[in-house]
Design a protein around this ligand. Structure first.
Ligand code: SF4
Length: 153
């Protein structure tokens, strides 16, 4: 059975910076969860950051908290751990929370903390793609379903 790496907050963990979750309630996601296919990861928590934590955004090669603190190192550690889990579980692909500086796959915030999004990807997604894993997000369940069928042929 092929597995799927997923963002912990989509899985239902309260791991967001504001201590919230944002569970994916799509029937297919819930079925995959019940089948034991999903491998949850929160790169920020797995990198050593607490919950709650200051809002942070990618700024060039760094990740900065809204307080100005440089949090690049824990983001990097969490991204490496996400790749390790993906490889260990030989996942078919990753399904990650859009807009996050770790998990965003299409859009992220622009580093100005003015609620402005730009095209880009989070650090964990960047490393997952470099390692060869396809990455989708919670708005791409149709594509995820097709990809899973293809990989299970
Ligand atoms: Fe969710 Fe990813 Fe942010 Fe963790 S790092 S809270 S899994 S979006």
């Amino acid at each position: 059975m092929k597995k799927i790496l997923v963002s912990g907050c989509l899985f239902g963990w309260h791991c967001r910076y504001d201590d919230g979750d944002i569970p994916c309630l799509d029937e297919r996601f819930l079925q995959w969860k019940a089948e034991g296919r999903l491998v949850p990861v929160c790169p920020e928590v797995f990198g050593g950051l607490p919950t709650p934590r200051p809002d942070s955004q990618r700024v060039g090669d760094k990740v900065l908290a809204c307080t100005g603190f440089d949090v690049t190192a824990p983001y990097e550690a969490g991204a490496i751990e996400a790749v390790r889990l993906a490889q260990e579980n030989e996942v078919a692909f990753a399904l990650m929370k859009e807009d996050s500086p770790s998990c965003g796959s299409t859009y992220i915030y622009d580093g100005t903390f003015t609620d402005t999004k730009i095209q880009g990807q989070g650090r964990a997604v960047e490393l997952l793609r470099e390692a060869g894993f396809p990455v989708l997000n919670e708005n791409m369940l149709d594509q995820a379903e097709m990809l899973l069928k293809e990989q299970e042929k």
